[in-house]
Write a protein of this length. Sequence first.
Length: 218
Amino acid sequence: MIVAPEITAYLDSLEPGNAAWLEALRREAETAEVPVLRRNTERFLKMLLLILKPQELLEVGTAVGYSALVMASVLPENAHITTIESWAPRIEAAQRNISRSVYRERITLLPGDAGEILPGLPAERYSFVFMDAAKGQYLNWLPHLLKCLRPGGIILSDNVLQEGSIAYSRFALPRRDRTIHARMREYLYVLTHTEGLETSILPGGDGIALTLKRAGAE
């Protein structure tokens, strides 16, 4: 836990929640142990979208469709979300949940591996990208995301602090966690040291990185 549990609990207690059907989907996902947005990350994401009002969004990591539906719920009616998911059981669940929603015409699900899909997306099409998939792949996907992101666009990367373990030495971690630890550290370094990018890393949820692509950045 990065933020004190009592603070997180208090802030969560203030959350008015989403529409009943969306809250039911969240409970269903949590019961099935499908990772969904943490409440404080969800609040930040919704507020950011309400301020920015992006027209074209890209999400990497659909899971069962909860986050795409949350985003759609606060976007203008003419906004569109493209979302990518690679795991077959979650693709099926996401397709079902999206097709049953009032936002089905505004969300396009691309099934398959993001590493294969991202290079084929149009250049500078999206003004907002939400990254919430395989954390060890963030760095590999970044060049493709920057190519399809418009100048002035935003990338929001979730789970970048790895429950706070990102601050530890890799030798303090179990061997199985050292590779993703190294890759996430490198990803955060690139975000904060690449010319043309401005990044703020926030400790809410499991850590989120907010990255702006300046005009002229490649």
